[in-house]
Design a protein around this ligand. Sequence first.
Ligand SMILES: Nc1ncnc2c1ncn2[C@@H]1O[C@H](COP(=O)(O)OP(=O)(O)OP(=O)(O)O)[C@@H](O)[C@H]1O
Length: 601
Amino acid sequence: METKKYPLSKTLKRMLANAWIENKKLFGRVVLYMIIAGIYPFFAVVLPKLLIGVLETNGDNVEDSIKQVVMIVGGFFILAGSFGFLQAYIHDADYNKISRLRLNCLNVTFTKLLTMDYKYREDAQFLDQYNLAFESTSSNDNGVEGIYHKLYDMPAGVVSILILALLIGWKNPLILLGILLNIVVGLLVEKTANGYQYSMREEEGKAHRRKDYYYKTTYDFAYGKDLRLFGFEKRIIDNYNFEISQYVKITRLVQNKQLRLGVLSLLAALVSDALTYGLLIVGVIRGMSIADFSMYLSAVITLTTLLITFSKDVAFVYKEGLYVEDFYRFIDADLGTKGGDREALAETLEVEFRNVTFRYPGTEKDIFKNLNFTIHKGEKLAIVGINGAGKSTLVKLMTGLFEPTEGEILINGIPQKEFDKQEYFKMFSVVFQDVKPIAFTIGENVSCASDDIQTAQILNCLERVGLGDKVKSFDKGLDQMMLKIIDENGTQFSGGESQKLMIARALYKDANMVILDEPTAALDALAEAEIYKDFDDLVAGKTSVYISHRLSSTKFCDKIALFDGNGLAEYGNHDELMELRGEYYHMFSVQGKYYKEESLG
Ligand SMILES: Nc1ncnc2c1ncn2[C@@H]1O[C@H](COP(=O)(O)OP(=O)(O)OP(=O)(O)O)[C@@H](O)[C@H]1O
């Protein structure tokens, strides 16, 4: 990801520009709120002066004093009450509009995540950075929304501060100076503490990712069985506790720094208070009325509070602005290669690996080195090999989910890079090892679309994989929702049924090339035999790749490629590889013996 820095002003400008595009009226509301909330604190400042003034001037005339006090207090309640009510009403009404601005940013994040190149999803370094970017859109109080709330509140604070600063400065500018000293020190302290916190963000992000992993493992149902049956509970809890302690260590470092810096703020506040009280008391000695004394004192206290809030808000915007910057960098980063301009081919495919070397990002080991081989037009290729030999990696390369580190892949002689990414994907129907239906309807899961669904075609594909009766058993048929997470009446397919559903999806797509990455691992023997029997029909003359650990499946393929962890070790048809008496022969003999023993038994 790009790490270019840009100033806070640019981040704020962009945030304001986005807000302007999304809700222009909000700017008018900010002005209205600024006037009402800006004047509001002034009432409380003047009230003591008016009350003490009445009591001072009326002396023994109790009746007049009571009348005037009642009028002042009544007037205060009406005015301050109305302003207070309006302020709260406008603020509450606009809160959701501001939250909406964040939700729009979240939408942009989701779109980016869904459209970025797949390789980033398997890249731990990228995931750390993504977590940081995601942080700035994940809460009401921080990041994007936190700043928008502050930008909404701060103009009102400025109005109050100006009114009170004028009042106090007019009386004695030295008092203002004391308050300003307090605020400037506070601001510098806050800025330093926040800068330190931000500098720890990468470590914090990593600790957060690890802690989060264990947290999610505890409630992710997919792990539920293994955790219990293999007694992982204690280990998970111990690891979770360890990661929490690591996380706390980092946050404690930040807190300690904040505490040490806080002493400076305290000293500045003491100096400022001494100056304020000293100057006001000297004023009284020189003849200032008690009513004025109380008003100025109240003004100083209110102004100090407002300035502290304001300086905290500035520091907050500065700190959170850095996180929002991370978010914009993520949004701006070029994470999705569009590829070239070529459209999908309409013909049968030939795939050539030419001197392909591949290493996963951030790793040292080459999964393939100078790999050369071709899958010819219309050929059925079986890929076999031990676990971790690189079979699935080969599929990811073939389908353009990852690009070769060196060398190139050619489709009908055309370099893979020349194709538009989306067009390129159109040419492949793939069934992956780890099948997961999405919480959509069955029809949508097969067609991958929500409109223009070819019902007859979907049903036909489902029939062909043996799911016809299952779908007919639902009242809603193809409209039956899958999984229970969105719809509690959703259906839960077994592992094998899910695998069949994915094969139906691949059939429906009817792409130029079919790739099945262990598509029968979860199927029972009968279902697997059915799929094998119909394999020719399923791929219907298309170029196809079939990855399986069950070597019986290689028999109906034209060619077999055996990978052994160091690349392509053996290549040929079944008879040729058996004659070679190499690894394939060995694997086939072991599996054959096992099958024979099983059938004899
Ligand atoms: N995202 C990744 N980052 C780093 N290494 C990876 C990544 N994905 C896979 N690998 C490594 O690449 C190697 C090949 O993995 P691959 O999944 O392609 O093997 P496979 O032959 O399909 O294995 P299996 O038969 O178990 O499915 C393995 O050593 C694996 O650990």
